[in-house]
Ligand binder design. Sequence first.
Ligand code: SAM
Ligand code: SF4
Length: 354
Amino acid sequence: MTRDALPDPWVRPAHPKPDVTAPGTGGLVDRHGRVATDLRVSLTDRCNLRCTYCMPPEGLDWLPKVEVLTDEEIVRLVRIGVEKLGINEVRFTGGEPLLRPGLVGIVAAATALRPRPEVSLTTNAIGLSRVAPALAAAGLDRINCSLDTVDPARFKQLTHRDRLDDVIAGLAAAQAAGLTPVKVNAVLLRGINEEDALPLLDFCLERGYELRFIEQMPLDAHHAWTRGEMVTAEDILERLTASHTLTPDVEARGSAPAERWLVDGGPATVGVIASVTRNFCGACDRTRLTADGQIRNCLFAREESDLRTAMREGATDDELADRWRIATLAKLPGHGIDDPSFLQPSRPMSAIGG
Ligand code: SAM
Ligand code: SF4
């Protein structure tokens, strides 16, 4: 089937609207009836790469160490999320979460919670070849690795580091450790790595990895993103369908942001996350905790709720849960990227936690 003949899978079923619960009880419900059950936890704002869409090549200040949550503080907040607020999915991210010395212990503590949340990790895979078996033993369920090109020179151009071999070794180690299916996230930039869409797909198909393209969002540290310059989901699908047959994967999508397509009849699939051009804000079920203990109800939120200070001043679990509920109530209906009044958040993606 050609791209033109593809049915449009972007139409989302309406999200069921639960009763909006008052603070003090229940889960993380916002004024638009969405319920946040998927927690993204940034473990650090530091990184060993400098992907151009995420961080500047140099000159970004790290969070002061004293402001970064300790392992115990992170585990406490995750526990409150799971036990009191209905979080059933926890994804550790960053910055680069593999740079956090306590990562394996944090994962083990999260997988020991009851009800047991699904626990996953988003990583650039550098160093994963060493730690993948320990992460698997700690109960990690899934892994997402970022890789935007399989061309060493372009990798260096995009990330400002010559580490492609480490990433490839990390992916293989994740697969060998049983952290499967290994998912690969790719961002395409106009005039830089658009040509890499097909080589990336072939690389993933050959190894049994699941590739997902993510539209570039305005979350770069130098605020250089423009709507006109971004590579859209349509552009990506056009490139892929030049060499492969894509058919919509009919498996229920729920609130998952990726539209999935069977490649050449399946079973291999490719996903496209059209965060900008076909936003899925109406079905959003996410809440975010930054490495310095701030709750963000949206990637693009311009306000945060400070749990770290409250926690360090002695707040009880119930008080922290209430603060989290109140922070969720104020979640805006959508990211508003196409609105003329849109303002990019001041934190870059590396400091929010993607
Ligand atoms: N360092 C880890 C990694 O790269 O996977 C985890 C953190 S990174 C911020 C998480 C994800 O956000 C990556 O898949 C990355 O490609 C994506 N990302 C970063 N900046 C982005 C942007 N401006 N637009 C879209 N995705 C972005
Ligand atoms: Fe680091 Fe991930 Fe940002 Fe790349 S996308 S600079 S690997 S945090």
